[in-house]
Design a protein around this ligand. Sequence first.
Ligand code: PEP
Ligand code: MN
Length: 362
Amino acid sequence: MKMKETTMELELEPLGLPGMELRRPFVIAGPCSAETEEQVMQTARELADKGIRIFRAGIWKPRTKPGCFEGVGVQGLAWLKEVRSETGMLVATEVATAKHVYECLKAGVDVLWIGARTTANPFAMQEIADALRGVDVPVLVKNPVNPDLELWIGALERINQAGLKRLAAIHRGFSSYEKKIYRNVPQWHIPIELRRRIPRLPIICDPSHMGGKRELIAPLSQQAMDLGFDGLIVESHCDPDKAWSDAFQQVTPAVLDYILNLLVIRKENQTTENLNELRKQIDECDNNLIQELARRMRIANEIGTYKKEHDMTVLQTNRYNEILNKRAAQGEQLGMTPDFVKTIFEAIHEESVRIQMSIVNG
Ligand code: PEP
Ligand code: MN
């Protein structure tokens, strides 16, 4: 069953992060975790040299199992301060509890992000939102680990209702039991639907956690750009192979720079005469589809009346199977996938049944 779409509009203001006004994408980069002062400073210097304006590093790390490196804690905040004063970069870190929020605000961290595991937990989100009340700091909310758009929007709403208006979403992919190519499956339709629902909310792609491997950073970043995403958050470490967390998915600042330079950024509103002509044809098709669907539903209505008069059941399973199979085969002959045609006819049939039920029971 589909959940009701949120009716609340987010009250947003521009994120106002450096680099955004200049070009797309704006980039946040830095190690998965702050490990030592030297590693943080070395990575930050190299990134600043490549023109990166916002530095990321996790201080408190949500690890799947106990006993792994769980972050350096508050001492890392002093290193972030040093990054800012030496390189001029803004600094960003993850917060998962009210205590993290207070520590970060005290240390003057410029940008906060909420991790995927936290977004999935409304209690934690509310606690963080309450700790942020009355503060003006950009907050980036990662998608929840499970593919639930409402939960993602709900987390953004909690922060927004606490008065924070500089918000963005980070798409880092969704966890699945089967591990295939991706560490976290992109499911691009979810951020696309987020954009439709909240058009002014910037969306940042995290190709590092999505791919889980270095080689996937470039293609995933390109896909995000092709979909019109606003920015990227990429894990970069001065010595990736020796990283204490997420070593496989981190790249050196030099490699990151190489990847960014290869990105092709297409203009969003570039319409040519040909494209306009094709769009006209699409509009005409859509218009015909709607007219035909309406005609089909009117016929379903008549069938409903007939069935009522003849005391027949609404659902005639054989007939339904016949329609699905016949149209799936026809669709395939015309170059469409049977699954696609089936999905459409299932939706059409569901609506026909609804109409007939209302007549038979009316
Ligand atoms: C991270 O950014 O280092 C992190 C822990 O990410 P996620 O919440 O997406 O797993
Ligand atoms: Mn990481």
